[in-house]
Structures are given as C-alpha cells and as structure tokens.
Ligand binder design. Structure first.
Ligand SMILES: O=C(O)CCC(=O)C(=O)O
Length: 252
C-alpha cells in the first residue's frame, strides 16, 4: 500500500524538479502538492534514474519532509530579512515571498575532463531566496568582488542565497549572489536547491521596489514586473553570464 495522500492544505505550494547535469540528459519533473498522491510519472522517472545508477532513490516522504522544513526555515528567514530592511517582521511574508517553493535535485556525474566544462554556469537565481543543501564533494563557488570564492561543504550546513527578486524588491539593499558549480573528476555530486518563488502558480501579484524603502534620495531602481514576465525573460536570456535584472532597471 502506498503512503496516505497528502492534504494540500497542510503543505506549502511546492513542486519538485530533478535535474541531471553534465553528460546525462536533463530531466525535469514538476508536480504540485495537491496532486502528489497521483504521482506516477515522476516516481517512474526517479526509479529510472535509480536503475540507471544515476541517482539513489529520493523518497517522496523524505522530499516532503525536507520541503516542509525548508518552508519553515524560509519563512523565518523572510522575517529576519524584513527586519533587516527596517520593515515589520511580516512584510516579506505578506508579499507572498514564502508562499511557494520549488525543489530542484541537481546531479553532477564525475567528469573526465573538468577543465573543459562547467557543472552549472554562472548565474543568480530568479527567485526571492534559495536554500541549498550540498553533499561533501564541493565545487560551488560565489562571485565576490570579481573573484570566484569556494563555498566548501560543511556537514549539517545549508547555503542561503538571495535571489534576483529580493534584489529588485529591496531596491538593491540586498544583492542576489552570482554562483556557479565546477565540474569535477572526484565523483558524482548531488545538491538540493529549494527556490522560494511563485512563478509556477497562478498569481496576479506584481513585484517592484517596496514602497516603504523608497524616498527622494532612494528612488526606485527597477520597474514593476509580474513573476511570469520576469521568469520568461530569464529563461529566454539563458545562463549567458548577464543578470536578468538589467532588463528591469529603470535607468540603464
Ligand atoms: O549545485 C549547486 O550547488 C548549485 C545549483 C544551482 O546553482 C542551481 O540549482 O541554481
């Protein structure tokens, strides 16, 4: 007998994606919590990946527990970030920043010639915030003052990245972090990224610099955008090394 169907009311909006990078083909799986109990195709993909030796099976209940905990942590972080902006603790949550998330499993096979390729090329995330769990292999780097800095894996530690949308909403008080993943010969690497975003869900909300942060000396740097428009621009542009935010700047 399979697990009990999940009550969508108890869960944050969530979807999962499995992505295998490098020499293997990318596999994207999207699903909503409300239909999790009807999942047959994603489970079949996971089993296929497992049979091919590409990935160990990812249990649905483990994924959902991770998702639940990430949701709790994400909302705690949004409270702290709201306060750091001088706003009330519930401000970012009130703007639905913590309402939905998407989980991406990245699989990087070992690469025989890592100097010729990249695990993931340079980019910042098109979301509000990302919580990232990496295994012990390493390879994640962030761009800091024009230098690539290693983010060494620490047991039990999560990496938290500010996403492009928070840079836009905070009128650049927060900066989204450019990062990349180096390919490596040592062995397969797995990371799990939890992106706080709502672009996969029907929302008519638009986002721009938060009004309380603006003044004569701090005029808006970005125009208002819907999440669908933002992500469409991000996807069309591709990971070309340029920030998607430039397109939304008021004065270029
Ligand atoms: O694998 C990682 O550590 C980072 C993955 C990443 O940058 C992404 O999924 O956007």
């Amino acid at each position: 007998m399979g697990p009990e169907p999940l009550d969508p009311q108890e869960l944050p909006l969530v979807c999962s994606v499995i992505q295998s990078s490098g020499q293997l083909e990318s596999i994207y799986l999207f699903y909503l919590s409300s239909v999790l109990h009807q999942l047959t195709i994603p489970i079949a993909f996971i089993l296929l990946m497992q049979l091919s030796g590409a990935i160990e099976v990812v249990r649905r209940d483990t994924t959902m527990e991770f998702s639940k905990q990430a949701h709790i942590l994400g909302n705690a972080l949004f409270e702290l970030l709201s306060e750091a902006l001088g706003l009330s603790a519930g401000n970012l949550e009130g703007l639905d920043c913590g309402k939905g998330h998407c989980i991406l499993f990245n699989y990087y096979p070992p690469c025989p010639e890592p100097e010729l390729t990249m695990g993931t090329s340079r980019h910042s995330d098109p979301d509000f915030l990302t919580i990232l769990l990496q295994d012990s292999i390493g390879g994640l780097q962030v761009l800091c003052q024009n230098q690539w800095i290693d983010v060494p894996p620490l047991p039990g530690a999560l990496v938290v990245n500010i996403g492009d949308l928070l840079q836009l909403m905070s009128n650049e008080r927060f900066k989204s972090v450019e990062h990349r993943v180096l390919a490596n010969q040592k062995g397969a690497r797995v990371s799990i990224a939890c992106f706080f975003t709502l672009h996969l869900y029907p929302t008519t909300r638009t986002y721009g610099p938060i009004k309380e942060l603006l003044s004569e000396v701090n005029p808006p740097l970005y125009r208002q955008t819907s999440l669908q428009h933002f992500i469409a621009h991000y996807d069309n542009k591709g990971l070309d090394g340029n920030s998607a935010l430039t397109h939304f700047k008021l004065h270029k």
